[in-house]
Design a binder for this molecule. Structure first.
Ligand SMILES: C[S@@+](CC[C@H](N)C(=O)[O-])C[C@H]1O[C@@H](n2cnc3c(N)ncnc32)[C@H](O)[C@@H]1O
Length: 205
């Protein structure tokens, strides 16, 4: 499918009020534990979360950090803002596209995102932006679902991908590990507990 930011944004705007309900079962069974593992790896003071969505990571934010979080869907951000106010979370929320971040080069100690690069229209462009705004020696942490390494499952994922994109705006056949390796990081490693499809990726600049 042709990458189209406006269409993807519109899909997230549309599903924003139901997003947490739609993911509730997967969240309880799998995502919650992965989020804990992801956020346990954060270091440094100045943190950027990309594709914050409805703020599902708020519960895992470190207390002693300055956190900025962005998303390009106004309606997802609206849900995040409600949650921020309700839970009294210390975070600056900004409407921004990860493909063209307005931050200066080398700004953040950790840049982090969960389940975002499945839907970024031009993933390589977005990942290069993460590299750009990350400080030298800083890290990019991503929790992502990717295409299976098993050929038969990968074929099924590729086949049904257009339907999933049309419904929720997310691709299930991305190769985010390969993409991030193409961005110039000093090292990229995948947490050894990652499964075939869900990957916890740690890249060091
Ligand atoms: C599947 S949701 C995940 C939300 C949240 N990170 C979580 O773990 O629940 C993907 C999020 O990425 C956002 N997103 C996708 N492409 C983006 C882009 N180019 N710039 C900023 N946000 C983007 C969507 O609006 C959506 O909120």
């Amino acid at each position: 499918m042709k990458p189209d930011s406006a269409a993807i944004k519109k899909r997230y705007d549309r599903i924003a009020p139901y997003f947490e309900g739609l993911e509730a079962v997967m969240e309880g069974l799998f995502f919650k534990n992965w989020r804990k593992k992801l956020w346990a790896k954060v270091d440094g003071y100045h943190i950027l979360e990309v594709g914050v969505g409805t703020g599902k990571n708020f519960d895992y934010y470190p207390a002693d950090a300055r956190i900025t979080a962005i998303d390009f869907s106004q309606e997802m951000l609206k849900q995040a803002t409600h949650k921020k106010d309700r839970k009294n979370i210390s975070v600056e929320l900004d409407l921004m596209d990860v493909q063209s971040l307005s931050f200066a080069d080398n700004s953040f100690d950790t840049v982090i995102g969960s389940f975002v690069f499945c839907s970024v229209p031009l993933p390589l462009k977005g990942l290069k932006e993460l590299y750009r705004v990350c400080k030298p020696g800083g890290q990019v942490l991503l929790l992502e679902h990717v295409v299976s390494s098993k050929p038969l499952i990968a074929r099924v994922m590729n086949f049904i991908n257009p339907l999933i994109v049309a419904l929720v705006g997310a691709n299930i056949n991305r190769n985010t590990v390969k993409n991030i390796k193409a961005c110039g990081f000093a090292s990229v490693r995948v947490d050894e507990h990652s499964g075939d499809i869900i990957k916890l990726i740690e890249a060091r600049k």
